[in-house]
Design a protein around this ligand. Structure first.
Ligand code: SF4
Length: 237
């Protein structure tokens, strides 16, 4: 990774957010935010993706070709998800950086007991998602993800460019203002890869033990950690 072109600051993030929030068209807004992040931070800018679809990767490949996209390879993914990751990598102009936790699932089971995800999902997410992401992003100045305001109550206030005080980084959310209609239109128009599990009712896809399909009309994230008092893995909060 090369050194950053510009030092990340809260003021820089606020100024960029004010500028890009005014772009009315969601596609133009996303491309403008991604282009700005690439031009401002160069190789010190990375995205993250759960590889549920290739929307963010497709946009990023257009705006900042060759951008690194971090995939948290938790060891608990559906085969369809890792297959979609490889599919996306083959048809978009991005570099996928698959990141593993310190412990394999077997090592975690040996130390903490099997199925920690059922007994203490916060600890499991901390070890398999939050800590690996922190390690992966160390040294970067700015990062971004595909979170949208319409996905969950906890995401209503998402800014297109924000300051991640916890990490001391600029955080971009190019899809913050996108609706499901915007996603569907762009996906069809550009033949963006979509995880085949979406077709069978998985509206939001994470690790296999913590993801179930949802009924038509049900909250898309209701299938994540269903039955548990948990809606976020801790990456975006
Ligand atoms: S989503 Fe479930 S299996 Fe994946 S890291 Fe979190 S608790 Fe563990």
């Amino acid at each position: 990774m090369s050194s950053t072109l510009v030092e990340p600051t809260p003021e820089l993030a606020a100024e960029a957010d004010a500028r890009f929030e005014g772009v009315a068209d969601p596609e133009e807004q996303a491309l403008a935010v991604l282009r700005w992040a690439g031009e401002t931070f160069g190789d010190s800018f990375a995205l993250t993706s759960s590889m549920a679809d290739g929307l963010l990767a497709h946009l990023a490949g257009r705006a900042h070709p060759g951008v690194q996209v971090v995939f948290l390879d938790t060891g608990y993914h559906f085969a369809e998800t890792t297959g979609t990751r490889d599919w996306i990598a083959s048809v978009t102009d991005i570099r996928v950086l698959s990141v593993q936790p310190e412990q394999t699932v077997a090592q975690q089971d040996a130390e903490f007991g099997p199925q920690l995800h059922d007994r203490d999902p916060d600890l499991c997410c901390a070890m398999r998602k939050v800590q690996p992401l922190a390690r992966a992003l160390a040294g970067f100045s700015a990062w971004g993800s595909g979170v949208r305001r319409d996905e969950a109550e906890t995401r209503r206030g998402t800014k297109v460019v924000d300051w991640d005080a916890k990490r001391g980084m600029v955080k971009v959310n190019p899809l913050a203002a996108w609706t499901q209609d915007d996603v569907d239109r762009y996906t069809a128009e550009h033949q963006v890869p979509v995880n085949p599990l979406v077709e069978v009712g998985y509206a939001s896809i994470g690790c296999a033990p913590c993801t179930r399909p949802v009924a038509p009309g049900e909250d898309p994230r209701a299938g994540r950690w269903a039955g548990r008092n948990k809606v976020e893995c801790g990456l975006h909060t």
